[in-house]
Design a protein around this ligand. Structure first.
Ligand code: FAD
Length: 386
């Protein structure tokens, strides 16, 4: 597998790196404190082409696949996890669901708008009573004479406060089972779509996370997204890609911690020498660098196999599991290298580390990834033995 980036993707990476350094880095601390990302920033990300990196060119995107998505998200996360999470939900979940399951009319209507950020997207799977066990959802969609009526509660919805379009999974058959759930497109302003107040979170604070309720929310028949009863299966395909994106988000956060720690360990002196001249600190930096690189390779391997048409669920889970847990270790090490300064909000390593905790929880927690990885391995071994 060749992980070399194309010239086009290197240009997009450099553009994003420059954008992030100029437009995100100086403000990320303020957005964390204010618990809000300016909508103008998202519009600008759309205008320069960042949000559409993975969307096919026929819809206005750059057509750079999942690899492109991971490269761009890493650059954004280097400075602000919340901005990267906004993109992961908007492009990685909402737009991806439309792209892989939507019909031509739905894709023509929404994908160009999501690429340009004329519309902001959200993706609603989790509920108050079930996140990990999403298949147990109770939000239901009932057929009406001319469409569908949604009732239920979704929880933890990224971008929910500002979204123009929501992809919503709801039960269309009463019994439990993967093929009993469908996905629907719900537009902002639809009567019965009720947006709650943002959660006061530990990290990813620049990204808004809200409950979204549906009370007799009526939508037209053409808003069914994908085949009837197949919405959960499609959601799992979206999540496979999403997990790789979250892996790249963690790589970006860890890289931020590493770069800051390297800089500080050169500037700060103790016992007459720079911190990194103490072997204990140098070894920590070496381990951090090695872990970031290993996680990036796993993320890119998972992305490239996807783009090559050989999606590997186990690899997606391994990339997310390893990268997210790696970034927490690297974050704590960076805080340690900063000493007392690392324990304050004056340096960004504490924020990046707080942001990363979500990556061990969202889109399938570390426990879930371990279950999936082990299950795939046992199945593979049984197949080989047979
Ligand atoms: C900031 C943020 C943004 C989010 N954005 C979105 C979004 O945009 N859209 C969306 O749909 N959802 C979103 N989520 C929801 C997220 O995906 C869920 O929080 C996650 O899936 C975990 O679900 P839960 O919180 O209900 O935890 P639970 O399912 O209650 O799990 C609690 C704990 O138990 C463990 N556990 C559960 N079952 C098992 C098991 N069988 N074996 C071992 N351990 C188990 C879990 O790993 C976890 O540690 C977001 C969450 C957060 C915090």
């Amino acid at each position: 597998m060749n992980y070399t980036l194309s010239e086009e993707l290197i240009a997009i990476r450099d553009l994003t790196r420059d954008f992030a350094a100029k437009k995100i880095a100086p403000h990320a601390r303020k957005w964390d404190a204010e618990k809000w990302l300016p909508t103008e920033l998202i519009k600008e990300m759309g205008q320069v082409g960042i949000l559409g990196v993975a969307i096919p060119e026929e819809y206005g995107g750059a057509g750079q696949g999942l690899l492109g998505m991971t490269v761009v998200v890493e650059e954004i996360a280097r400075w602000c996890g919340g901005t990267a999470l906004m993109m992961a939900a908007h492009s990685g979940l909402c737009a991806t669901h439309l792209r892989i399951a939507g019909n031509d009319a739905q894709k023509q209507k929404w994908l160009p708008k999501l690429v340009s950020a004329e519309a902001i997207g959200a993706w609603c799977l989790s509920e108050p009573e079930c996140g990990t066990d999403a298949e147990a959802m109770t939000t239901r969609a009932e057929k009406t004479s001319n469409g569908w009526k949604l009732n239920g509660r979704k929880f933890w919805i990224t971008n929910g406060k500002r979204a123009d379009v929501f992809i919503v999974t709801a039960r269309t058959k009463p019994e439990r089972g993967a093929r009993t759930i469908s996905a629907f497109i719900v537009e902002k302003g639809t009567p019965g779509l009720i947006i709650g107040e943002p959660e006061d979170k530990m990290g990813m604070r620049a990204s808004d996370t809200v409950p979204v309720n549906f009370e007799n929310c009526e939508i037209p028949a053409e808003n069914l997204c994908g085949e009837l009863h197949n919405g959960y299966v499609d959601a799992l395909r979206v999540l496979d890609r999403g997990r790789v994106t979250i892996g790249s988000l963690s790589v970006g956060l860890a890289r931020g911690c590493l770069e800051e720690a390297v800089r500080y360990s050169s500037e700060r002196k103790s016992f007459g020498v720079s911190l990194h001249q103490h072997q204990a600190i140098a070894f920590k930096l070496a381990d951090m660098e090695t872990q970031v690189e290993a996680a990036r390779l796993l993320v890119r391997q998972a992305a490239c196999t996807h783009d090559a048409g050989r999606p590997d669920k186990q690899l997606c889970s391994m990339a997310k599991l390893f990268a997210s847990e790696m970034a927490s270790r690297v974050g704590w090490d960076a805080i340690q290298i900063f000493g007392g300064a690392g324990y304050t909000k004056d340096v960004c390593v504490e924020r990046l580390t707080r942001d990363n905790k979500l990556c061990e929880i969202g889109e399938g927690s570390s426990e879930v990834q371990r279950m999936l990885i082990a299950r795939a391995e046992v199945k593979r071994a049984a197949g080989e033995a047979a």
